[in-house]
Design a protein around this ligand. Sequence first.
Ligand code: WTA
Length: 637
Amino acid sequence: MSYPYQIKSLEEYKAAWKKSVEEPEHFWADIASNFHWYKKWDKVVDWNFTEPSIKWFEGGKVNITYNCLDRHLVDKADQPAIIWEPNDPNDHHRILTYAQLHEKVVQFSNVLKNNGVKKGDRVCIYMGMIPELAIAVLACARVGAIHSVIFGGFSAQSISDRLQDAQAVFIITCDGAFRGAKDIPLKSVIDDALVNCAFVKRVIVYTHTRTAVSMIKGRDVWWEDEVRKVETAGNPDFPAEVMDAEDPLFILYTSGSTGKPKGVVHACAGYMVYTNYTFVNVFQYQPKEIHFCTADIGWITGHSYIVYGPLSAGATTLMFEGIPTYPDAGRFWDIVDKYKVNILYTAPTAIRSLMAFGLDPLKNKDLSSLRVLGTVGEPINEEAWHWYDEHIGKKKCPIVDTWWQTETGGVLISNLAGITPAKPSFATLPMPGVEPILLDEKGNEITENNVTGNLCIKSPWPSTIRTTYGDHERCRTNYFATYENLYFTGDGAYRDENGFYRITGRVDDVLNVSGHRIGTAEVENAINMHAGVVESAVVGYPHDVKGQGIYAFVIYSGTHGTPEMVKKDITATVSRIIGPIAKPDKIQLVSGLPKTRSGKIMRRILRKIAEGELDKIGDTTTLLDPAIVEEIKKGKV
Ligand code: WTA
């Protein structure tokens, strides 16, 4: 299959973008007609950003897994769909062809049905990066259940919050997951999470690490036993459930500037069309190529560019269980060499951490199969961009810097590999269908170039967030209320003389630590749960490898041991409440925080201190207690 909608030149890109904004209905109808529909849509798009109400391909009937699996059985049955590389290079890798993946998904769909899962049910998936994770995701989509994948690094408390919010009655997990030298006991974390979630009826457990687990009678069942039952019943077929275009496909929780993480909801048809379209165009995927996205399926990047985008395009997607530095810092390059990877899509933080090991890990690694490189998740600094270009791409591979978000479902701003120009540290131009604009502080559009502003999008693209699960108002206030009739991204951006966008980072209280989104309020809430903490304020600061580090200013009551002890305890508390990814890099115990007379914490001042810009703090005379700033400056860690 080649892709009739694959853009082949800069002129074609310009024409496609123009058509997409002038005649969005024609534009997207042409693309959507390349998919399998049980019934075609009645209307391509219907929207308003005030409620918001966003509907794509309404009236259409579809199942994304038919498009990811069944339709490829005609000409790709024996082509690898998933190549799986284990954490330990000495363990066996696995390859699932499209026929095999289809068979396993059908089988597991029957398992779900036998366990009572029905269309519309929420199923939480908490597994490591093994093929069964992809199988579980696809089986949910096949039966029409709404999956909610939770990253394996989140704590029991975080899982329990998400389960309650989604009212998920079913869980799919495994005994444990391998990550580098660690063995993470996933099932045991689930057991802790379920102490407060008696509504969970069924936990299906896959055996992977052979860690000891406790199986609760009547609630927990083994994946393998359940599959055997389906086999004994003669492996009945499981035709994909016919879904309405706008039925929810999945929920994925993500952090915002306030409150607990919110459940971003994506809809079946629009998400399918847009992830496929962007996969094919951004990476310029060619049939039979091997696409290696190093993200975890627990994040949106894994959903869109390990599972749904590549599989709906009939691509071969490589799934890696481990981490870039295990057993050594040459692991990515070994994988590229071993499978002759053509497309490598990773995060700037991974590039920076590998750069620190120098060029030795690259010795004797044949990277000549690489054709396209990509980055995602955070701004890429020029130094990392050039290292990637020179030492990995050997200056022959275009680098796509893809900007997007959990809420956008797929890439919104990026160059197209080898087709539209790249510029180091710039995501460059919008995808067809995407109309970015910049706004100033007052909410006025900035029309000139060489300016910085708040990045908004004017009109919907097919995989726009539909709602935040169970709380539509939250979706409205978070994304559609800051500026009238616009989707507000929460990011700032600079636009150069050619109209290329460079993302400058979040303009709200969201941190981006190693490409992971973490709300400062979330971390503060976790810190404040420690009995010795009176109050805290968390800000980000530049970190060489992680992009941003977490700096916590904490007012300590003095009642829980020495400062060193309490800092360790605070770290442990954050790990327990959120997960290890949210642990502060620096904790400074202070006697007060800089507050305005109305009691608002002046984060701007704390940010300057955390960044080490002690002479750029500015006016402090409006503070309730200006002297506190001097004290905090002196104690900076
Ligand atoms: C940031 C990840 C600069 C941005 C797909 C965004 C980026 C947040 C880029 C979303 C990029 C993502 N350049 N910044 N290429 N890609 N970001 O929801 O701040 O985990 O708002 O989605 O990551 O993170 P999320």
